[in-house]
Design a protein around this ligand. Structure first.
Ligand SMILES: *Cc1c(COP(=O)(O)O)cnc(C)c1O
Length: 335
């Protein structure tokens, strides 16, 4: 495999399971739907960031750093998994979080505290705008911080999803199964860029469909440009000079609703539908929105009933317990 020369620290349970969603498929009149359970990676309630962190944490250890620092929203799943990974290998963890300290921590933030992370609140800066400044302060205090960017989405982090694509290819071969499309939540881009590089290097014939979760109004680069840059640098890290272009990525932007982390009918009905048809929990910010997007694509006839679609569950369920994402907007609780 093209990534075997890079140091990797085992942090979770892989391969994650793939199961079928027969009751959901049937209620939709097809297509066949499989789910890949990256919510079950096993690192402090799991999620897709575990895959990136296996490479990032190994690099932090390799560089003899004494702490890691990363950033995100108050309910960041990436920050919670980073705090757990740091604890696991005996590094301190600093988290740069958007917002102000709440009276009572809940969801992912509660777990950040339980996992022993030091939290730096940065008000309106939700995407790590102050990450490097705070890392410099730590350096001035004689720390050796390893800086992990927002979402863990640099080339080394994205390698985790190249490895994920190799894992999927092996599983599908063993199952004698092929899939026509893979649908997943796409936010900081490491997941989509890594999957795309993996697909290309492993010559897998499958369409990748990212469901966009948040869109910055002040984006300097379009998301397609960001993905192309990240994928090209990820390939380079794997000694491939393959160039990627914005047209290499399919990103659905129709499901942004009222913005990042605003739970609407799309998320609410997707979450209750999967819970009540298959007993599987999605999260309100990412996988709920991505499943809402998939259900809408199916409704609009984007797949034929003979096809097989794989939904990549990226985790995030601790946010179900954060009141700001309450699913109980309407009085009825049925999907
Ligand atoms: C971070 C995250 C994503 C998005 O992955 P990116 O690599 O940032 O695009 C999707 N789902 C969940 C639950 C996440 O925490």
């Amino acid at each position: 495999m093209p990534f075997h020369h890079l140091p990797r620290r085992s942090l979770g349970f892989f391969p994650t399971p793939i199961v079928e969603l027969p009751r959901l498929s049937q209620s939709l009149g097809g297509p066949r739907i499989l789910i890949k359970r990256d919510d079950q990676t096993g690192l402090a309630l799991g999620g897709n960031k575990t895959r990136k962190l296996e490479f990032l944490i190994a690099d932090a250890l390799h560089q003899n750093c004494d702490c890691v620092i990363t950033a995100g929203a108050a309910q960041s799943n990436h920050c919670r998994q980073t705090a757990a990974a740091a604890a696991m290998v005996g590094l301190e963890c600093h988290l740069v979080l958007g917002g102000t300290p709440p009276e009572q921590a809940n969801g992912n933030l509660l777990l950040d505290e339980v996992l022993g992370a030091t939290i730096h609140w940065t008000g309106a800066d939700r995407k790590g705008e102050q990450l490097n400044a705070i890392a410099s302060q730590l350096q001035a205090q004689d720390h050796h911080p390893y800086v992990i960017p927002y979402g863990g989405s640099n080339a080394l982090g994205a390698v985790g999803f190249v490895a994920a694509m190799a894992e999927l290819q092996q599983q599908l071969q063993a199952m004698e199964q092929s899939v026509d499309a893979i649908v997943f939540a796409s936010s900081s881009g490491g997941t989509q860029a890594g999957l795309t590089v993996g697909q290309s290097l492993l010559a897998m014939d499958v369409e990748l469909i990212g469901i966009r979760i948040d869109k910055a109004e002040d984006e300097q680069l379009s998301y397609g440009d960001q993905l192309a840059e990240l994928a090209t640098s990820t390939a380079r890290m794997l000694q491939s000079d393959r160039q990627f272009h914005p047209t290499d990525f399919r990103v659905e932007t129709a499901y942004l609703g009222a913005g990042y982390g605003v739970v609407g009918e799309l998320e609410r009905s997707a979450i209750t539908r999967l819970a009540q048809s298959e007993g599987i929990l999605l999260d309100p910010v990412y996988s709920g929105r991505a499943m809402g997007g998939l259900l809408d694509l199916i409704r609009r006839g984007q797949f034929n009933p003979q096809q097989t679609i794989l939904f990549w569950h990226t985790g995030g369920q601790p946010a179900l317990f954060a009141p700001q994402f309450s699913l109980k907007e309407t009085s009825s609780f049925s999907g």
